[in-house]
Design a protein around this ligand. Sequence first.
Ligand code: UDP
Length: 230
Amino acid sequence: MSEMIREDGRKYNELRPIKIEAGVLERADGSAYLEVGGNKILVAVYGPRESYIRRLLEPNTGVIRCRYNMAPFSVDDRKRPGPDRRSSEISKITADALRPALMLENYPRSMVDVFIEVIEAEGGTRCAGITAASVALVDAGIPMKDIVVGCAAGKVNDEIVLDLSEVEDKEGQADVPIAMMPRTGEITLLQSDGDLTEEEFNKALDLAMEGCRQVNEIQKAALMEKYSTE
Ligand code: UDP
């Protein structure tokens, strides 16, 4: 495998430095704070609680809603506040990535709200948001089959590399963000942006799955840290 060193000094299969803290907010039912590279992300979970939006109510199951939001000051060029096409897409795919892990059938007519606030962004925020949201859902005490974890791989300078930074995302040739449930290996998010051969795609998928397993260890450590000291 390649010995190439990346613009930030990482090897092809190396994650950016990552830290996760569970239970950082008092008012939320569950919460988490995550940093990976230059990303800083805060997640608050509310629920399960009675659905206050009647049209979203399901008689036989609970419903998860996600809102991904980037702060105006989270990127170099000020981001216009409020939802846009990108944040609506990420909100939807995040809910879709998390839903398979949640045992929402235990909570008919209820709603779980997940708020993902990107305070600083540096590439890979959708995966980092999913990783942090999953920790916040566990912190909220919602029964889950597994912890969902997100990680991306991509192609930069003709090499398949793990966990693209913002520069690598912008200057690179492809980005493959995934989310998975590590116990079963079930993939709950798979996107692909850019050009990859079938061989490159398979390589990126394997690398992203390996990245997910590493990030999952950090998720578990964050939950152990919170719940073994209380
Ligand atoms: N970004 C930005 N302004 C925007 C949206 C994104 O500067 O309005 C940056 C940000 O650092 C983000 C990166 O571009 O993390 C890559 O964005 P992308 O849409 O690929 O999503 P992400 O990789 O964050 O999941």
